[in-house]
Design a binder for this molecule. Structure first.
Ligand code: MN
Ligand code: MN
Length: 471
């Protein structure tokens, strides 16, 4: 058979090529300089993640990057014109950043969340038992509680002294810092524990962290280790036991982001849900200049507990921002009309197919690591509860952007229909009547202490958000 013959495809092969959706890795679409760009983006992302583990620290880093790119605090603006860059800091836990468009009657908004599952300290956490001082925690968001034992943890947050001084605490990130830990039961004595169901292998009230072992040398004191720990905290931060009630202190894994695999294609770190989309949409936003429509980065808190609260997407923070924004631009349109005419991406991660647990996915519709950004028409659970099911029209609009900019993408679904599910901020954005769809990289081990994502999917997400802002 000659070479020419060999290359010739049969009519049916050609038909298949035309009609079937080809599903394959997009890594080889990024070669040479483009491959370098993918890896370089991963390096910046890891640096960001290393110091953005809590919502407060993440917001601080977002604002620092925005300021570096000439975004100004909207609180000090008296007027806004096309091309101006502003941000609003909402209680240090939520940021809305915007570049005023030439046509400010519509937003192109990308929303992501700054919070991740973690362990919070209880209002009165400290106690002593069996020669040890411990702190009681209350888990935040959907965790498998057994992930959190035997893992060195760092403590971050704020606490007020009785006199009203706000103290910021951050212990456990530096190599020389002490860490904290919840020891699991040794296997030798775990016969009864191992008979518990997985969600009870470690129960909520057993998530108590070790914080001290040296007692105060005084037999008149009943809880000598507790007193010794409180003395240390008082010497260092000026706080007492009651002050824990006026605090937000969070425990997160103490490790650093790492490359995974011989080829370094993957990144493993805590908090990729959803700081991967925070970083990639932020990088996209700061690279946009003079967009036609107002480009908005919405970095919001509390998604992991249902978007509730004063810094969550179910609050009116976005609406309030738009009221202020319209006043400053002098545009004679209502807030509701601005929001209703807008386009949004709910930038969030989805579940990738895990080769060890393939059964939980519909293989036809699930996302695979390395195949580009996942555009998910709907999430939710059961009969499409708790989701915004994007319209065909908007899916077509999104496909147009992806195709025009040659951005590799795939569809996604959060597991088999009746197995479970999960919501995003998409349903809260769509309440305004704006178009909305979920899009972000798929991950493995979501909500674990070390989530895994592919560098190329992260990069494709960034490319999509940037193209979307420029639309
Ligand atoms: Mn998420
Ligand atoms: Mn989540």
């Amino acid at each position: 058979m000659d070479k020419k013959e060999d290359n010739k495809k049969s009519a049916n092969e050609q038909l298949q090529e035309k009609l079937f959706l080809a599903k394959k890795s997009c890594w080889n679409k990024f070669v040479d300089k483009d491959r370098d760009a993918v890896f370089r983006f991963g390096e910046g992302y890891k640096r960001f993640m290393d110091s953005s583990k809590t919502e407060r620290r993440c917001v601080e880093n977002i604002i620092a990057i925005l300021k570096k790119h000439e975004f100004k605090d909207m609180a000090y603006a008296s007027k806004l014109k096309a091309g101006d860059k502003v941000f609003k800091n909402i209680k240090g836990k939520c940021v809305i950043a915007a570049i005023v468009g030439k046509n400010s009657e519509q937003l192109q908004l990308v929303g992501s969340h700054v919070d991740s599952p973690r362990l919070d300290l209880k209002p009165l956490p400290i106690f002593e038992e069996s020669g040890l001082a411990l702190l009681k925690t209350h888990y935040y968001g959907g965790v498998k509680k057994y992930h959190w034992v035997n893992t060195p943890l760092a403590l971050h947050g704020v606490v007020f002294t009785k006199e009203g001084k706000k103290m910021t605490i951050s212990i456990g990130e530096e190599g020389s810092d002490p860490k904290f830990i919840i020891p699991d039961l040794l296997p030798h004595l775990a016969k009864t524990q191992m008979e518990r169901k997985a969600d009870k292998v470690v129960e909520g009230e057993e998530l108590n962290i070790l914080v001290g072992n040296i007692p105060i040398n005084d037999d008149k004191i009943k809880e000598q280790v507790k007193l010794s720990v409180l003395k240390h905290l008082h010497d260092k931060f000026g706080i007492t036991e009651e002050d824990f009630a006026c605090a937000e202190l969070e425990l997160v894994p103490a490790g650093h982001p790492v490359d995974i695999g011989f080829d370094r294609a993957l990144i493993g770190t805590y908090g990729q849900d959803d700081k991967v989309c925070v970083y990639s949409s932020l990088m996209a936003l700061v690279e946009v200049n003079a967009p036609a429509h107002t480009a908005v980065g919405f970095f919001v808190d509390k998604e992991e507990i249902g978007s509730t609260g004063d810094t969550g997407a179910a609050s009116f923070v976005l609406k309030n921002f738009c009221c202020d924004f319209l006043k400053l631009t002098g545009k004679d349109i209502s807030t509701s009309s601005l929001l209703e005419k807008s386009n949004a991406i709910s930038a969030d991660v989805t579940a990738g197919v895990d080769p060890n647990f393939k059964d939980v996915n519909d293989p036809l519709n699930a996302s695979v690591l390395g195949r580009g950004v996942s555009v998910e028409k709907y999430g939710g659970g059961g009969g499409k509860y708790s989701t915004n099911d994007a319209s065909a029209e908007y899916m077509q609009f999104m496909r147009g952007i992806l195709d025009k900019n040659k951005i590799p993408w795939q569809t996604g679904e959060l597991g088999k229909i009746d197995l479970g599910g999960g919501g995003t901020i998409g349903m809260y954005l769509s309440r305004y009547g704006m178009n909305c769809v979920d899009a972000g990289p798929c991950v493995l081990g979501m909500h674990s202490t070390c989530e895994v994502a592919s560098k190329v999917d992260i990069y494709c997400g960034y490319l999509l958000y940037k193209a979307f802002f420029k639309e």
